[in-house]
Design a protein around this ligand. Sequence first.
Ligand SMILES: [Zn+2]
Length: 82
Amino acid sequence: MAGGNRHPNKEIRKAIVDAERAGWAVAHASGHSHRWGNVSCGRGCEVAIWSTPRRPGDIAKRIREAVRKCDHTGRGEPADND
Ligand SMILES: [Zn+2]
């Protein structure tokens, strides 16, 4: 990550780093107060990240699950299901 746009929550930050390692792109939505940004695999999977989530663990979990279930990156065989 370029730095400077780190999420305030440690748990979410770690999940974001894991997503990046899995080849996901992180988009930081500057100018939005509640939406921090999102992570996406670039081929259909996307998880929105809020700046001050009520339960940060839920978002971290959602990111991890999405990355784990995603079949679009890391295996060299792009899925075309939808
Ligand atoms: Zn995907």
